[in-house]
Design a protein around this ligand. Sequence first.
Ligand SMILES: NC(=O)c1ccc[n+]([C@@H]2O[C@H](COP(=O)([O-])OP(=O)(O)OC[C@H]3O[C@@H](n4cnc5c(N)ncnc54)[C@H](O)[C@@H]3O)[C@@H](O)[C@H]2O)c1
Length: 248
Amino acid sequence: MSGPTKTVLVTGAARGIGQAIANRFADGGWNVVAADIDEAAVTEAAAAMAGNVRPQALDVKQAGSIAEAISATVEAFGRLDGLVNNAGIMDRAPFLDMTEAFWHHVLDTNLTSTFLAAQAAARQMVAQGGGGRIVNVASNSGVFGGRGRAAYGASKAGIINLTQTMAIELAEHDILVNAVAPGPTKTGDHIPDEPWPTVKARMPLARFGRPEEIANVAYFLASEDCSFTTGHVWCADGGYTIAGIMEG
Ligand SMILES: NC(=O)c1ccc[n+]([C@@H]2O[C@H](COP(=O)([O-])OP(=O)(O)OC[C@H]3O[C@@H](n4cnc5c(N)ncnc54)[C@H](O)[C@@H]3O)[C@@H](O)[C@H]2O)c1
């Protein structure tokens, strides 16, 4: 990685975890392109961030829209040093009722988008030289099964394997690829204050994460301080995925 001020593109940055990630990079002095399908919301969110933050309309389901966002980033700031693939939908449906259209919608929005954006970003990073960082937002649901999450969980498990494979293939270009896998995170007032009792009982820290706590991990994984870690999946989840016996 090189250049005095680094530039990152964050997808799904209008609200929730993506907004916190964009904010964290802005605080860290990066140039930030905050991209979202909800252009009005991301414009408002970007305006509230301190630093060099540029809003960008982006539909991660469309390869053309991703190409435009990367071109706009390079036009505005000269290069692209980091990509955070955060945009995603958490739609759930019972397995027996799940339609093929539903399956494709979730897989396209969460997994195919991650492939498309990472490939486009990596091509730009390779062309400009100097390495780079890609951070993918996975989920606890990509690590273990969960009710209603056949499509969502598969999309997030796919992101984990894609992260590992990209880490291998992009290492020769000094592009490090890692993932953060959040656990239940309180992204707004529509989320209750406490996780479901059955979830809480299996979680050593026994509370929701805050978007900023996920953002701090994503920021570290994109930073110079993260220089010998690639293909790693960092579970930022209060210990939910490591917990076994919780009493005795
Ligand atoms: N909140 C949690 O508990 C949790 C847990 C694990 C993983 N995650 C993951 O974290 C990421 C962010 O989740 P969140 O809770 O902040 O969600 P959110 O719904 O609050 O925000 C998601 C953002 O992505 C945008 N988006 C949706 N489809 C898009 C598209 N096609 N193109 C561009 N932008 C699009 C939305 O407009 C929205 O601003 C997701 O990938 C999600 O799967 C969240």
